[in-house]
Design a protein around this ligand. Structure first.
Ligand code: DAH
Length: 343
């Protein structure tokens, strides 16, 4: 009995001297003293051997011992993980908070949203299609049959696992996706990313962004096409910008035209961006080819339509004077931050 009491006293002193600076040491204490194979349990088990007349007194001693070990455990826990109460005096709550930077919209997103909102005002809805396409939607349906030389205008990435798949080379593929689901009247714009196998430079990239437009109804004419695009240019670039159409060729439109606007960088007097012509091409357009309509069982004798496709990077370049296409995908925050507040 005497020996046991001495032992308990020894444990107490040892526990009292225990220090812990981190959670691991606190846990080691818990296991040593309060664990299932710990000292407290072992000492409690000694109760069996204590003669009956001493049991009451010894029980009290044991209880005190246990409480002592537990309160030491609480103290160690508090010391290792200081609570707010311990540190509150070190904090000056009246100091202003740290500023944190809010991200900016990417300039291409800004311009895409502007384009979309202008066409929405003319009653165009937004349609989207997949970036991984099949040959039919990207080429065949758009009147570019296999071996058509115009396929060379767009250098295509094919998917190795399945050469029937490709990365769409233009958003004209979304025209096909819309026409197979919807019958005229159709009035949609289709923003999205497109891919071409080009060497990356300041003026070319292997992916970029386009907005496709498609309008099909009875009595749609080339005048509608021109007026729609005039409206777009004035809303986008202002009333002073001049526009010209040049005859062109696209397999999916007939007649076809490319549209230029007077160079916004030099105002038309000639610079690097307009290659000293005073004009910059911003889109391709035309009247939807009857074959394209027929591919979707739309009667070309009843319905006509116009379509156009423009590069978002090009619009962005003119609006914000971005001189290198690579800036759009390099994620350089010094570039991106310049669009802070632009929505
Ligand atoms: N898909 C053409 C390209 O990527 C752009 C284009 C031209 C789209 C004429 C059209 C269009 O819808 O009518 O170069």
């Amino acid at each position: 009995m005497e020996q046991l009491l001495q032992q308990i006293e020894g444990y107490k002193q040892e526990a009292a001297a225990y220090t812990a600076t981190d959670a691991d040491a606190v846990e080691a204490y818990r296991i040593k003293y309060l664990g299932t194979k710990g000292i407290v349990k072992a000492v409690m088990a000694e109760m069996r051997n204590v003669p009956n007349e001493n049991k009451k007194a010894f029980g009290q001693i044991l209880n005190e011992f246990k409480l002592f070990i537990e309160s030491k455990y609480d103290a160690l826990k508090d010391a290792a993980a200081p609570s707010a109460a311990n540190t509150q005096d070190d904090i000056d709550w009246s100091l202003p908070g740290d500023d944190f930077a809010v991200g900016t919209r990417h300039p291409l997103t800004v311009v895409r949203n502007q384009i979309v909102s202008i066409f929405k005002r003319l009653g165009f809805a937004v349609a989207e299609g997949p970036e991984i396409e099949d040959d039919w939607h990207n080429f065949g349906a758009m009147n570019l049959p296999e071996d058509h030389p115009a396929r060379d205008m767009q250098d295509t990435f094919y998917i190795n696992q399945n050469p029937a798949w490709l990365l769409r080379t233009h958003t004209s593929s979304v025209q096909a996706r819309v026409m197979e689901k919807q019958k005229p009247p159709i009035r949609v714009i289709c923003p999205g990313r497109v891919y071409r196998n080009e060497t990356i430079s300041a003026r070319a990239h292997c992916f970029f962004h386009q907005v496709e437009g498609l309008c099909i109804d009875e009595h749609v004419s080339f005048a509608d096409l021109k007026q729609t695009l005039y409206f777009f240019v004035q809303e986008m670039f202002g009333k002073d910008v001049r526009v010209r159409f040049r005859p062109s060729y696209f397999p999916f439109t007939e007649p076809s035209a490319e549209m230029d606007i007077s160079c916004l960088i030099c105002g038309g007097s000639g610079c690097n961006v307009c290659k000293h012509t005073g004009w910059v091409e911003i889109l391709g357009s035309g009247m939807v080819h009857p074959k394209v309509l027929e591919n979707f069982n739309i009667d070309p004798n009843k319905y006509t339509g116009f379509a156009f496709g423009m590069g978002i990077e090009r619009v962005c370049q003119l609006k914000y004077r971005v001189n290198d296409l690579r800036l759009y995908s390099q994620n350089d925050v010094r570039f991106l931050r310049q669009f802070t507040g632009v929505v």
